[in-house]
Design a protein around this ligand. Structure first.
Ligand SMILES: [Fe+2]
Ligand SMILES: [Fe+2]
Length: 361
């Protein structure tokens, strides 16, 4: 996501409004923006009316002439809704326009609509189960913010239903398409959660768990980081070392998720355990409670393995991705006391057996 606007205060306002949702780069003039966007290739560009040395509309025209930026979704932010400016922006190639003063929800809605168009276009080419798995989990995950804001409980039935196609895709070996389809998704916590859900379902399937247990594992994977919904994107994806205070905020996603899930009367205990214990480690070095050995739930041990594996093999703003084999080696050799090595051994076999040609999901 990029913002191109000559007005510094407006750049900051836009950036603040979006920081909990997207990684944002900002540019204050046309030359730097064209150079930067050509390199970073953002999923969407927000353009304000004033972009030095000329106007936002002229910048948009120049951007559309760049081969790699010709089809990047653009939302044009108009100062006062002047019809001639809106019409010029749309003819220059804006996909949508919003007018100041805008509500934050309208801004996010406009951006999401454009990004979903882009994502769904790619998903349409996937095998049906993988496509349904991505669409169903995204619909469910997007609804969590509303559920969260209204302090309503999550219905287990709704989570389980959203994971049904995902589990079927695992059973029929279509799951690599899910991992591939999620790779470019802009909503990082959702993307990570789908990866964890898919690999947990695969793990459960490969060790012979029945379908309801696979659904439960996938649901636990989808919800394990739900507490991150209230943490700013700038902290979740900080490129520099986190301060002690920021670590406290990051760690708070665990009790936040547990409180959220415990409010649901029908939420299975296994799902709460996955959320509560996925950062605990066998040697007691984890958080938030420093549980050790037999205190760790079996499903949570599986979730911890998949969570570590997914995070380390994923490319993030603050780190490059590692190859799957290298990650499994680190987990075996350097984290031997922290994670269940019997389960890790099984996960390693499952992963290498099922994805020999794609070592990194
Ligand atoms: Fe987590
Ligand atoms: Fe996680």
């Amino acid at each position: 996501m990029a913002i191109v606007d000559g007005n510094q205060r407006h750049r900051e306002q836009l950036s603040d409004a979006l920081l909990s949702f997207y990684a944002v780069q900002t540019y204050g003039d046309s030359t730097n923006a064209l150079m930067g966007l050509g390199v970073t290739r953002p999923g969407l560009v927000l353009i304000g009316e004033y972009v030095p040395p000329s106007s936002g509309v002229n910048f948009l025209r120049a951007m559309r002439c760049e081969r790699e930026l010709g089809h990047t979704p653009v939302v044009f932010v108009s100062d006062n809704g002047d019809p001639s400016v809106l019409s010029a922006a749309l003819s220059a190639g804006a996909d949508d326009c919003i007018i100041k003063p805008y509500r934050r929800s309208a801004l996010v809605k406009s951006i999401s609509a454009q990004l979903n168009i882009k994502v769904e276009r790619a998903w349409r080419e996937l095998p049906p189960l993988a496509r349904n798995a991505l669409q169903d989990t995204l619909t469910f995950y997007s609804s969590i913010a509303d559920i969260f804001d209204q302090s309503l409980p999550i219905q287990y039935g709704a989570v389980a239903e959203s994971c049904a196609a995902l589990v079927d895709a695992v059973t029929t070996n279509e799951f690599p398409a899910i991992l591939e389809g999620i790779r470019e998704h802009d909503y990082i916590t959702y993307a990570h959660s789908v990866r964890v859900a898919t690999l947990l379902a695969l793990f459960g399937h490969s060790i012979g768990l029945p379908r309801p247990q696979q659904i439960l594992l996938a649901s636990g994977g989808l919800l394990h980081d739900v507490g991150k919904i209230s943490i700013r994107h700038s902290i979740l994806n900080k490129t520099e070392k986190l301060t002690d205070d920021e670590w406290v905020i990051i760690r708070s996603h665990v009790p936040a998720a547990v409180n959220f899930l415990r409010a649901s009367p029908d939420m299975p205990k296994g799902i709460v355990a996955i959320a509560a214990q996925h950062h605990e480690r066998l040697d007691g070095s984890g958080y938030p409670r420093g549980l050790a050995g037999g205190q760790l739930n079996e499903l949570a041990r599986m979730a911890a393995i998949v969570d570590i594996f997914s995070s380390m093999t994923d490319q993030r703003v603050y780190k490059p991705k590692m190859a799957a084999e290298g990650v499994l080696k680190v987990m075996t050799e350097e984290m031997a006391g922290q994670i269940d090595q019997d389960l890790l051994h099984r996960f390693r076999e499952v992963f290498l057996d099922t994805m020999p040609a794609k070592p990194t999901p």
